[in-house]
Write a protein that binds this ligand. Sequence first.
Ligand code: GLU
Length: 280
Amino acid sequence: MKVRQIGAVAAASVLALSLTACSDSASDGGAGGGGGGKAFKVGIKFDQPGLGLKEGTKYTGFDVDVATYVAKELGHDAADIQWVQAPSAQRETLISTGQVDMVVATYSITDARKEKISFAGPYFVAGQDLLVRADDSSITGPDSLTGKKLCSVTGSTSAQKVKDKYPGVQLQEFGTYSECVTALASKGVDALTTDNTILAGYAAQAQYKGKLKVVGQTFSEERYGIGLKKGDTATCEKVNTAIAKMISSGEWQKAVDANLGPAGFKVDSATNPPKQDACS
Ligand code: GLU
């Protein structure tokens, strides 16, 4: 009698599991969740070559590789990852409302953001730089931007830095960096500022090759973290362990070479690979 009851309970939970699996894969469509497990939602950029790029149903970049590695260490199959677009200004909201499980999107760790979410990491250290047209020799760094039209993205540390430190600059804020690149190429703005990693990716794109150049004078330290729900220390610790393993196993270097190498990006070895902060 007891054995039969246990059997019934087991059968019922198997049924429940398979029902969950069915409904998940049905609602996720082609965007992920195809592995039959529960979808794991990850916020990335969709328009930053070398970091987070969506081309049709293909997702590539260093952030995509880091997220895939970390997800696997947390027990999520690559096929169960559902990629969600996470523009700079929406990242905290996507996390706090539970629309994503984590954000891996050139997301700098800052105290202001830590008031709303928690960060694991850092997993990479970049620096703020400028992208200009290749024939422009008048812009050599942030101090030569006075009176120039500069583009950046709403909700980014890049735009904030300009407002705080270079108030004489005419700052135009868009929702994404790709909009800024288009404006730069068509002379709607004179420069674009954000992380050197992102700028290198655009400069190397076929349509901009030889037309745009990265100035190469970084003026900030951007420590990329993985955004998590505020106070989820348990997950933060697991993510930090996963990042440390990605680095010690050589997979981090492989991902750097594969994604940032083609753009000729030089990683700052004084700050990379970084040690992870304690979770709090
Ligand atoms: N890393 C900076 C930030 O998190 C700039 C790049 C971005 O907007 O994604 O704000």
